[in-house]
Write a protein that binds this ligand. Sequence first.
Ligand SMILES: [Zn+2]
Length: 437
Amino acid sequence: MALLFHHATLVPMTASGDEPTSRPGSVGVVGNRIALVTDDEAVIARFLDAHPDCRTIECTGRVVMPGLIDTHCHAAMTLQRSHADDIALMSWLHDYIWPFEARQTPDEVVLGMTLGVVELLLGGVTSFVDMYFHEDRCVETVERLGIRALLGCSFFDSNIDEAFAEAEKAVAQVTGCDRVRIALAPHAPYTVSRENLLRSKAFADRMGLPLMIHVAETQDEGRIIRERFGCSPVAYLDGAGLLDDRTIAAHCVWVDDRDMDTLARRGVIVSHNPQSNMKISSGTAPVARMLERGLCVTLATDGPCSNNDLDMWEEMRSAAFLQKLATGDPLVLPAYEVLRMATAAGARAMGAADGELGVLREGALADLIVIDIEKPHLQPVHDLVSNLVYCGKASDVETVVVDGRIVVENRQIAGLDLRQLYREVAAAVERIKRASC
Ligand SMILES: [Zn+2]
């Protein structure tokens, strides 16, 4: 089945230098790939002739652009949204988050993942990187809802063997489905021992899996690692051989010039989580300086406990504003650069080859979104990219295509009873809270 998004304004995310960032045009999709990006009506007519079953979606007054890529998330933590806000980090973890998690059943984690993926999809996120427990149980949900995912089986020292078994199971489950992939996710350098970090890297290499980890998130983490090992978290992980171009390092807030050089040299993918960093008072990651060094910096929401939503539009806006505030320089992190972090750069975290994902280009994977810009907060249009990044909202996303399949249309996910989902989530949360009394 072919699709044609006709008469749109395209933001292909392929512009460089002074090239225009948007232009009128249409996008044709065949199978799971983009087959056509053009404004030539004669070429479009030939495309329609060649694909008589093609479904045409009229996009006048709409923007078509690549779907957003959230490179660090704990989607199942939607169950804990607003459960513990405005609390200091250590009390937050020990008194609220970890006791709640200890009482969750795997089925409840699946429910939280479902709610999280629904929120991501409705907000135009077509790919996400997740990090949590029971990811093997979530594979079916992610496959069914149609999002592209890299699911990281997460662990502390206490459950490393369970995580390895979970990862092996999940890898077998996703065999034959390129859209969902599995990774290994040691929690952080201060919660997983050196021995277990080495074991996890060896396991990941043997299984051909990427690795994701929280790195240099807080000043406290830096102090703990320096006291234990006499170096920074980045230097420590590098010494253990954990950093390479298949590593996603979430946060990287407290990194110095040497750390950034190490991350750049190793080709590590940095995941910047500005709203989470603000809410937990972690600090401001030196994103502008990382980009100057050529580091691959991507964008993410983190989990809904420290954000508290999974809205990448807010994340883009916060990333730009926070850098401008922190550096005192309004020129840093312009809108197009932020949009690139959330699309073309994020594609690297998903393991995609250059130009294969996060762009509207013939031959690329067909992950795209349609945005209704006929809204008061998106008019007038002096600069379309500025409007999207500085004014866009998750609710502006109308249609979402992942892997060539329409998964959201007119802001609805077909075949999903949301009211029923909310009822099930509420019942699960009640049970967990009662169990924790
Ligand atoms: Zn996180």
